[in-house]
Write a protein that binds this ligand. Structure first.
Ligand code: AMP
Length: 173
């Protein structure tokens, strides 16, 4: 399946000069999500990334990909959420955006110390969001073993902002 042909490019969304990579047509394709999850599973296996305890999905498109991947791997799914969404005690990380800052949270008891986890999102752009999520994994005492992104925007070199663990991306621009 040619993911790039099915992902839709929306110029100037959400602001002038940005090409938004819209994955909704791929999600709508009857075999789209199944093929994406199989591709992630195969690539992680090829890299000998095994014995995963949890998939960490970043709000909100990371949930769409992360939950079925956790099912396919037979492991836990853990959401990382925007502030004030999670009801129990959280770890919080603040990170810098183009203008101002944002925060992400994870439940303190969601992953146990020493667990092997992978972080999943739809797109890596500058890498700020994924790097912040790695800090939440560190705060939890877990071991980050890999990242998975459906789309990597190579020209922004987001991977240089991330800890040195394997990065699987399925489509590159
Ligand atoms: P960043 O922190 O810069 O790596 O941005 C990553 C987050 O922003 C991801 O959660 C993406 O969903 C979203 N994002 C950034 N750039 C794009 C883009 N061109 N198309 C779609 N989503 C994007």
């Amino acid at each position: 399946m040619d993911f790039k042909n099915i992902i839709r490019d929306i110029p100037d969304f959400p602001q002038q000069g940005i090409i938004f990579r819209d994955i909704t047509p791929l999600l709508a394709h009857p075999q789209g999500l199944t093929t994406v999850i199989q591709s992630f599973k195969t690539k992680f296996a090829e890299l000998n990334i095994n014995a995963i305890d949890a998939v960490i999905g970043i709000e909100s498109r990371g949930f769409i990909l992360g939950a079925p991947l956790a099912m396919a791997l037979g492991c836990s799914f853990v959401p990382v959420r925007k502030p004030k969404k999670l009801p129990s005690a959280v770890f919080r990380v603040e990170y810098t955006l183009e203008y101002g800052t944002d925060s992400l949270e994870i439940h303190q008891d969601a992953i146990a110390a020493g667990q092997r986890v992978i972080i999943i999102d739809d797109v890596i752009a500058t890498g700020g969001t994924a790097a912040a999520t790695a800090k939440l994994v560190t705060q939890s005492g877990a071991e980050l073993v890999a990242y998975g992104f459906l789309i990597e925007l190579d020209f922004l070199n987001g991977r240089s902002a991330l800890p040195e663990v394997p990065i699987v991306s399925l489509v590159n621009y």
